[in-house]
Write a protein that binds this ligand. Structure first.
Ligand SMILES: Cc1cc2nc3c(=O)[nH]c(=O)nc-3n(C[C@H](O)[C@H](O)[C@H](O)COP(=O)(O)OP(=O)(O)OC[C@H]3O[C@@H](n4cnc5c(N)ncnc54)[C@H](O)[C@@H]3O)c2cc1C
Length: 498
């Protein structure tokens, strides 16, 4: 794997591979264990395809009891485990390790309960995000968080990554729409956090679990909130001659107290690539395009469209179109939703970044990105969840040119450093994984990281669950103890050290 340092494989585990595979077959009989190199190839990477690694063995359990037995077995024998949903992570969260069991949750694929009285759905973690909406849409309901990958990504992966999407500006991220989970700890214990009720007592462990990137436990059941579909929705396409003007328009819309159902922005290269790909009707002579969707009762939408038009005009909008039919609204979104594959047509490879900034810093960051693009000699196309300040720069490169992937990675790291410098964060929705792991020090002090590691150690003291992800290399429960011994006094003596 190019340049990526992962935890060294444990020789004792590697030597016991045949025994571990045989034991996995006992726990998960039938076709639930995949062990040949050819069959395991399908699992060697996730959405961050720059990195690949065959796992020790792939195990696909079907029940919580099987997951509990696998984790207990691995915990007792010091075997690492990497959880995986659909494998669409863009930060390498599900990247296998040579000496780890890859625990694939895709056979947990049933919607277990639809509870309209509590507006909740209980689903197994391998159910796709979109399948939850499909299960309730005939009754006028839907599940709001809508990652672009929703046709494929699992709801378990969404919880682990705190996934977001176009509609999260108004309706919240996964964290705001998950009511409860059943999860298995590395020890094999099964715990329940939250449920169909609105609030839970005690510490917000559900909040802690959401976005924990497979480091704290394996989610085996999820209760999500569903919403009634809005009465109507209309989308606007507003074009600008500069990204800065479009960015200011976004800030002014939010500043006026308007919360659109979705507010997305694309820059010139992304607009032209998307239009060429799906013919969404985007103007080609603008440098930035906003898609603003307003939803709710018809008269409210009409009123808000008027307000947004006025704000856009004040910011120098050069084109404006409002959808007049559901078909047209969907066509406005089709270009945005196809933006990633569309960019794939104009460059042999692209590297999708994910950072979040305060909205008002957008002009500064865009200008900085242009300078970096010149410095590295690589193009960049931009697609943003503009309302949330969540950027997705797509760095264009050619992996066949020696050194270009490394250049793209360094360019991406500089963009994220810039995001942190202007008061933003390293990730908006794609997670830290292996991709941003070594940049965590840009954002957190050693003390911050130690505190986060103490949480990890409380759940998984031997550091067996998804190691090598999120924490900069070489931080482990044991090192935590070693680093902070003051005058012979061991802090937190109750935390186990190995
Ligand atoms: C084309 C494309 C578009 C995308 N668009 C978006 C977007 O708009 N918004 C967005 O947020 N993301 C987006 N993503 C990223 C990705 O789809 C999300 O992060 C998604 O939540 C990952 O789900 P998954 O099932 O594929 O998880 P995986 O990739 O399999 O795993 C992701 C992480 O979750 C952990 N994990 C998975 N299942 C479990 C479980 N049951 N218990 C504990 N841990 C688990 C894994 O260990 C890993 O760390 C996109 C990806 C692609 C390829």
């Amino acid at each position: 794997m190019s340049g990526l340092v992962m935890p060294e494989a444990d020789a004792a585990t590697m030597a016991r591979r045949a025994e571990i595979v045989a034991d996995m077959r006992i726990i998960v009989p039938g076709e639930g264990v995949v062990e040949t190199v050819n069959e395991m190839r399908a699992f060697e990477t996730d959405g961050l395809t720059a990195y690949r690694q065959l796992p020790l063995v792939v195990v696909l359990p079907e029940t919580t009891a099987q997951v509990a037995r696998i984790l207990k077995y691995c915990n007792e024998r010091n075997v690492r485990v990497v959880p995986r949903g659909s494998g669409t992570s863009l930060s390498g969260g599900a990247l296998p390790l040579e000496d780890a069991v890859l625990l694939v949750m895709s056979r947990f694929n049933r919607v277990l309960d639809i509870d309209y009285a509590n507006r909740a759905v209980i689903a197994q973690p391998g159910v796709t995000n979109l399948a939850i909406t499909h299960a309730v849409e005939q009754d006028g309901f839907y599940y709001a968080p809508d990652p672009s990958s929703q046709i494929a990504c699992s709801i378990g992966g969404n919880v682990a990554e705190n996934a977001g999407g176009v509609h999260c500006l108004k309706y919240g991220l996964t964290a705001n729409n998950v009511l409860g989970v059943e999860m298995v700890l590395m020890s094999g214990e099964v715990v329940r956090l939250g449920g169909s009720h609105l609030d839970a007592e005690g510490y917000d462990l559900l909040g802690l679990m959401t976005g924990s990137e497979g480091l704290l436990g394996v989610v085996t059941e999820i209760t999500v909130r569903i919403l009634k579909k809005p009465e109507a929705a209309r989308a606007m396409l507003v074009g600008f001659s500069s990204s800065e003007a479009a960015g200011q328009c976004v800030a002014d819309i939010i500043g006026a107290g308007i919360v659109p159902g979705g507010m997305e922005m694309m820059d010139g290269p992304a607009i032209r690539a998307a239009e060429d790909f799906v013919q969404a009707g985007y103007p080609l002579d603008v440098e930035a395009l906003l898609i603003v969707e307003l939803d709710g009762p018809g008269p409210e939408i009409d009123h808000l469209i008027g307000e947004v038009e006025a704000i856009a005009a004040k910011n120098g909008a050069v084109t404006s179109r409002i959808s007049t039919s559901e078909e047209e609204r969907l066509s406005f979104w089709a270009g945005r939703k196809a933006a990633f594959p569309a960019v794939g047509r104009i460059s042999p490879d692209y590297y999708c970044m994910d950072g979040t900034i305060p909205r008002k810093a957008l002009p500064t960051v865009l200008a900085g990105m242009r300078q970096l693009s010149q410095k590295y000699g690589l193009g960049v196309a931009n697609v943003f969840h503009a309302g949330d300040g969540n950027l997705h720069p797509l760095i264009l490169y050619d992996a066949n040119n020696p050194g270009e992937l490394e250049k793209a990675e360094e360019f991406g790291a500089d963009i994220l450093r810039l995001c942190v410098k202007v008061g933003g964060v390293l990730t908006g929705e794609h997670g830290v994984g292996v991709e941003k792991r070594d940049l965590m020090g840009e954002m957190f002090s050693d003390t911050d990281l130690d505190q986060q590691m103490r949480v990890k150690c409380a759940f998984d003291p031997q550091h067996l669950l998804n190691p090598g992800k999120v924490f900069p290399q070489l931080r482990r429960c044991a090192e935590l103890g070693r680093m902070h011994i003051h005058r012979g006094q061991i802090p937190f003596p109750d935390i186990p050290r190995f």
